[in-house]
Design a protein around this ligand. Structure first.
Ligand code: 2RA
Length: 330
């Protein structure tokens, strides 16, 4: 079944990756509409050999015959335009955090909770990149053993904060003077500060991981804490995940489970220095897991190292996989 697809934020980092992944996956669209802010409107993008002039997003943009709209244009645009699109029968899949915790809005990773799509009301939220890769690795463990507690420590690429983040690192790596450190703090630094600080001393990024994990796994009893750190890496987020399962396990069974889990690639052979790496994961769609080992300090404790491209599986590809799943349900 071919559908009419819109991409909102088509000229941004995720927007451009939408177009690239749509082409790679030969996504079944009949017509494609690309929208952006007034500033970027008029530019031309090419998808599957065809040129599209990017149009300025307006309140009448969804009066055309559009079935699904992929949004990656920031929370304010989503808050304003997603309801307009939804009211005209368009199914919106939004990358911003604006709708993620709304009880009426499914928060979906297709390998983890596709069933949540059944009762959407035309707005569906794509989770935060750091949450997506974590739940893909945790889902098989959750189903097989149950989970009591999760400790997230993340090492996040600068592309997570867009072009500005990339520039900061590029500039910072040029000048190794101490002033450079203050002008571009990410260079040669690990910054324990992603997004803004909240009353409880956590950052918004850390609380997104806590709250979104509970919603995606539909389990508010999960005990979760997170520390999200920005590191001088351009693409791919890396995460150390310590998890307390509810039942005893054999490490060999965990390897087997991870090897066969959907959306996961097991890279774990420390005798040969084989473990997931950001540069290997960059520009690919799987979630990579390795360094699997028992945490002897607690009952049924397990440590994992999980890596994925934050712009692809963390944003564009997961959104497109949600759209592909919706089409199958149509
Ligand atoms: C970041 N996960 O890495 C956040 C938003 N993309 O900055």
């Amino acid at each position: 079944k071919k559908i009419n697809l819109a991409v909102v934020g088509a000229t941004g980092m995720v927007g451009r990756t939408f177009l690239k992944v749509l082409e790679e996956r030969d996504f079944p669209y009949e017509n494609l509409y690309c929208f952006s802010s007034k500033r970027s409107a008029g530019t031309t993008v090419t998808v599957k050999g065809k040129d599209y002039v990017v149009q300025e997003l307006t309140e009448s943009s969804f009066d055309q015959d559009i079935d699904i709209a992929l949004f990656s244009a920031g929370g304010d645009i989503s808050l304003k335009f997603a309801p307009i699109a939804a009211s005209k029968g368009v199914i919106v899949i939004d990358n911003s955090s604006a709708w993620r915790m709304d009880p009426e809005v499914p928060l979906v990773v297709p390998e983890v909770n596709p069933e949540a799509l059944k009762n959407h009301k035309n707005i569906i939220a794509n989770p935060n990149c750091s949450t997506i890769q974590a739940v893909v690795a945790l889902k098989p463990l959750y189903d097989q053993y149950g989970i009591k507690r999760i400790v997230y420590s993340t090492y996040q690429a600068v592309s997570g904060s867009g072009v500005k983040g990339m520039k900061d690192l590029e500039e910072g790596l040029k000048g190794n003077d101490i002033m450079g450190c203050y002008a571009h703090p990410i260079a040669q630094n690990c910054l324990p500060h992603i997004d803004v600080f909240l009353e409880n001393g956590y950052t918004k990024e850390e609380m997104k991981m806590v709250n979104e994990t509970k919603k995606i796994l539909s389990d508010d009893t999960l005990k979760i804490t997170a520390t999200a750190v920005r590191v001088p890496v351009f693409y791919s987020h890396s995460e150390s995940i310590n998890v307390e399962l509810c039942k005893p396990f054999e490490i060999a069974d965990i390897f087997e489970l991870m090897k066969n889990a959907e959306g996961l690639i097991l890279q774990d052979d420390v005798a040969n220095n084989v473990y997931p790496l950001a540069k290997v994961a960059a520009d690919t769609d799987p979630v990579y897991v390795g360094r699997i080992r028992r945490d002897e300090s607690v009952n049924n404790g397990l440590n994992l190292w999980v890596v994925a491209d934050n712009i692809r599986k963390g944003a564009a590809t997961n959104t497109i996989q949600i759209a592909e799943t919706l089409i199958k349900m149509m």
